[in-house]
Design a binder for this molecule. Structure first.
Ligand code: RP5
Length: 165
């Protein structure tokens, strides 16, 4: 199971994309709000118990001085994927807070507001040991190729005097 944690429900409009991608691909997940600054004890408890509850990968999203993914990573050996949320400073504050972890405590950080990529990366991690999820990931990759094939069919229809293809 994948666990999605966000610092506040104000992060939900972004994190809905992760929920939707997992839902569309039939991958079980839970979603909760916890804050490294507002509920520090609950964050520690969540991280310490996650593995024994069957969580395999944690996606942690936060904005501003985004300590949540790092604090979770400090309290578990599960892989943690951090999603910097764009709030202030175009999200650069959250991006740097999440990505610049000290040696020994990695957080796999996606781009600012990169919720869907976080879901896909989490699925790729699960896919290593779950053939059903692996099939979903494979099908997703194939669909990306189809998108570009369709784009090229569309571009082939464009007509210009000097266009040679
Ligand atoms: C962070 O502070 C949250 O992740 C959110 O992005 C930001 C603002 O939170 P709210 O004041 O909207 O609850 O901890």
């Amino acid at each position: 199971m994948i666990s999605i944690i966000m610092g506040s429900t104000s992060d939900l409009p972004v994190m809905e994309k992760a929920c939707q991608w997992l839902d569309d691909h039939g991958i079980p997940f839970e979603v909760n709000a916890l804050s490294a600054h507002r509920t520090p004890a609950a964050v520690e408890q969540f991280a310490r118990k996650a593995a024994s509850r069957g969580v395999k990968v944690i996606i942690a999203a936060a904005g501003m001085a985004a300590a949540l993914p790092g604090v979770i990573a400090a309290n578990t050996t599960l892989p943690v994927i951090g999603v910097p949320i764009k709030g202030m400073l175009d999200g650069l504050d959250a991006l740097l807070s999440i990505v610049q972890m000290p040696p020994g405590i990695p957080v796999a950080t996606v781009g600012v507001n990169g919720a869907q990529n976080a879901a896909i990366l989490a699925a790729q991690m699960l896919a290593l040991a779950d053939p059903t999820v692996a099939a979903q990931v494979k099908q997703h990759k194939a669909s990306l190729g189809e998108k570009i094939e369709n784009a090229n069919r569309e571009l082939a229809g464009l007509q210009y005097h000097h266009k040679v293809n």
